[in-house]
Design a protein around this ligand. Structure first.
Ligand code: NI
Length: 211
């Protein structure tokens, strides 16, 4: 998921904590991000069977790729890996060094929803796989999820606000669901048409949302 520029921000720098245990390398790679209408974005992803160095390396690369984009969330299928892995960081970086919030990366392997609040929230969402497209999406305002961490330990977390929205957006990717699947068919077709036009190199139409 990417935040709307100037609203949810995005982390421009590529540094992030590398505290993960068992990491085999400190060299991270920027991975190519797949964009719609690639069929890989519509696939169901398989659970990770064992959390090993290959998974930790992929998570490191996904974080690097997300921060570089910049984005606030990324799911493995967006980099062509059909496994149930998501990374999220909704902290707001500042304009300069030492400003803004510290990075707050969350890496969830095999995430499963345990509870969704009845109360709902509307957030304007974007997606690194639907570049420059935004729409307001209504989702449960609070969630509790279970997942495996980078050491393969089972953990649970609760989230609300933008973090809850972002985790749900990324978990949707693991089922082949994009944020545009939550909005009206008319608005969805407008966004996808605009995306395919800009992919063909045509002059992009006016931005869907103002500001
Ligand atoms: Ni997305």
């Amino acid at each position: 998921m990417n935040g709307r520029p100037g609203v949810t921000g995005g982390r421009a720098e590529t540094t992030f904590p590398t505290e993960q245990r068992g990491s085999v390398s400190t060299t991270m790679a920027i991975l190519p991000i797949i964009t719609a209408p690639d069929p890989l974005l519509k696939k169901h992803c398989e659970p990770v069977q064992a959390v090993g160095d290959d998974v930790r390396r992929l998570i490191g690369d996904m974080l690097e790729t997300m921060y570089k984009a910049p984005g606030i969330g990324l799911a493995a299928p967006q980099v062509g890996v059909l496994r149930r892995i998501i990374v999220v960081d909704v902290s707001r970086p500042g304009e300069g060094p030492g400003e803004g919030e510290a990075p707050d990366p969350h890496c969830l392997i095999n995430p499963e929803p345990l509870w969704l609040s009845e109360r709902e929230n509307a957030h304007e969402e974007g997606c690194l796989s639907l570049p420059d497209q935004y729409a307001e999406v209504v989702r449960p305002a609070q969630i509790r999820v279970a997942f495996l961490d980078r050491d393969g330990e089972r953990r649970e977390m609760e989230a609300d606000g933008m973090l809850a929205t972002c985790i749900q957006h990324e978990m949707d990717h693991l089922e082949g669901i994009l944020f545009v699947d939550h909005i009206s068919a008319l608005r969805r077709s407008m966004i996808l048409r605009r995306l395919s036009k800009s992919k063909r190199g045509d002059k992009p139409m006016a931005k869907y949302a103002t500001a």
